[in-house]
Design a protein around this ligand. Structure first.
Ligand SMILES: [Fe+2]
Length: 477
């Protein structure tokens, strides 16, 4: 009897050990869904990474409630052959004719043999309620990042939004392999991660840790963002070395390898917009190399928001918060310069990261004093650290998110407690250290945002890594 129990225990132990953090060995990155270069409620992109280009790959899709497998588009492959890493291939295929808002099954076959299957959720139309999760500064590989992946999975969202700092320390291909795919697209649900990306799309903004490393001679596998994410290419026209994208440093060979891997995503994919459900989403690159005082750049945001009239809500996502009370990164206020553009464009909520805690502002409007003061530093005294932007704000203190739910102004959320080391825990109880625009400041735990969007109502919740609710508020139109 004792022996039987012992072997049962041993078996369970081996089984659980074997499943934790394990990924399907047929793939370098298991299949994951993306909204694609041209998002549409009836389509999604499916991507996977393999070391192998010599076989025939196929994808089949089965709609909910049917028994027929239909062949998806022929997978195309992109070669990723950067120095210091074995060559691998990114496969992409378009899943079309999806029934918006409904689940579907898909399977990936190699030489007619099924290697992988999962359930996906097709994007929602504007008349369908949906739930999204948002958390920034995530791919740090820390125990908290992994617990949040599990909590995000438990929240059962339709979409995940990452306001930058996707992968630490430098957004390298090698770092995606240790800190990202095994956590956000794990084969099993555990304290090591969860199978999120195979079923729902993540959409990400560039953070400084994703976009700052542009010396491809010292880091040939940098800027993996452009190779691995399929996001809209409808953003600011960008040329390398211009006001939107800085010059990269690379030998001809390293440049060619990068450009082949990045394909048409480089250099344009840093800024883009799309509709999901009844929300218009604008994703912006807030890294300090972008000059948001430039009128051409500002006009793109103005025009994008003006053209979004068919959506009920407007949410803007970028990395560096304009309105944060944290002492860490306090001086990087460059994005305050866009507040008047957001206000004119009727933006409802702004989602940021960079500062590793949670902060909610009062609904506010802001008028900057000119262009603020540019901060430069570094060895050559030329690297730009951001801008200090003083100005005048008005706060809507009548809004409480419970009985008074119509905000007069934009609510700015910092949701950067997604896994990297927390910032300024000491300020949470030191309310005197908060700026006047801050309503909530929670820094003692890692957390993420969950929002339910249903017609003219959005309910936000901030959830800790242990599942506890830290904050909630409702916005209505
Ligand atoms: Fe950051």
């Amino acid at each position: 009897m004792i022996n039987k129990a012992y072997y049962l225990f041993l078996g369970l132990l081996l089984f659980s050990k074997g499943s934790i953090g394990q990924t399907n060995t047929n793939f370098i990155a298991a299949p994951y869904l993306q909204i694609g270069y041209q998002p549409n409620p009836g389509t999604m992109e499916l991507l996977w990474h393999s070391a192998d280009s010599s076989n025939t790959w196929e994808v089949e899709v089965k709609a909910e409630g049917t028994n027929t497998w239909k062949k998806a588009g022929k997978p195309e492959l992109t070669r990723v052959a950067v120095a210091n890493l074995n060559t691998h291939f990114v496969y992409r295929t378009l899943l079309s004719d999806l029934s918006s808002g409904n689940s579907f099954q898909y399977r990936v076959l190699k030489n007619k043999k099924q290697l992988f299957s999962a359930q996906g959720k097709a994007p929602k139309r504007k008349d369908q309620p949906f739930r999204f999760v948002a958390f920034g500064d995530i791919g740090a590989g820390t125990p908290s990042a992994k617990l949040l992946a599990r909590q995000a999975h438990l929240a059962n969202p339709d979409l995940v939004v990452v306001p930058g700092d996707i992968v630490y320390e430098r957004g390298l291909i090698s770092e995606y392999r240790t800190n990202f795919w095994p956590v956000y697209n794990a084969d099993t649900i555990s304290n090591e991660g969860a199978p999120l990306m195979r079923s729902i799309p993540f959409v990400a903004a560039l953070g400084n840790h994703d976009g700052d490393t542009r010396d491809l001679n010292s880091h040939p596998d940098a800027l993996a963002y452009y190779a691995f994410w399929d996001q809209p290419l409808n953003g600011l026209p960008a040329v390398e070395g211009g006001p939107v994208v800085p010059a990269i440093k690379a030998t001809a060979e390293n440049r060619k390898a990068f450009e082949t891997a990045a394909g048409k995503a480089y250099p344009v994919m840093g800024n883009f917009s799309f509709n999901y459900g009844n929300v218009h989403w604008t994703f912006i690159d807030s890294d300090t190399y972008v000059d948001w005082t430039d009128s051409t750049l500002r006009k793109w945001v103005t025009d994008d928001l003006a053209a979004s009239k068919d959506a009920a809500w407007r949410i803007v996502v970028f990395h560096h918060p304009g309105f944060s009370s944290s002492i860490d990164h306090f001086e990087q206020q460059q994005m305050r310069l866009l507040s008047p553009v957001f206000e004119a464009g009727k933006v409802d909520v702004v989602l940021n990261g960079h500062v590793h805690n949670y902060q909610r502002s009062f609904p506010l409007t802001f008028q900057p004093e000119k262009k603020g003061t540019l901060l430069v530093g570094g060895k050559d005294n030329k690297s730009i650290r951001g801008r200090v932007v003083p100005g005048k704000w008005t706060l809507d203190k009548a809004f409480d998110g419970k009985s008074q739910t119509k905000p007069n102004g934009i609510i700015y959320l910092v949701t950067g407690a997604g896994g990297q080391e927390l910032y300024n825990e000491e300020q949470e109880i030191d309310t005197d250290s908060w700026q006047k625009f801050t309503f909530k400041f929670i820094a003692h735990t890692h957390s993420f945002t969950v929002a339910d969007v249903d017609g003219n109502k959005m309910i936000f919740r901030q959830i800790a890594e242990d599942g506890k609710e830290l904050d909630t508020f409702t916005i209505t139109k």
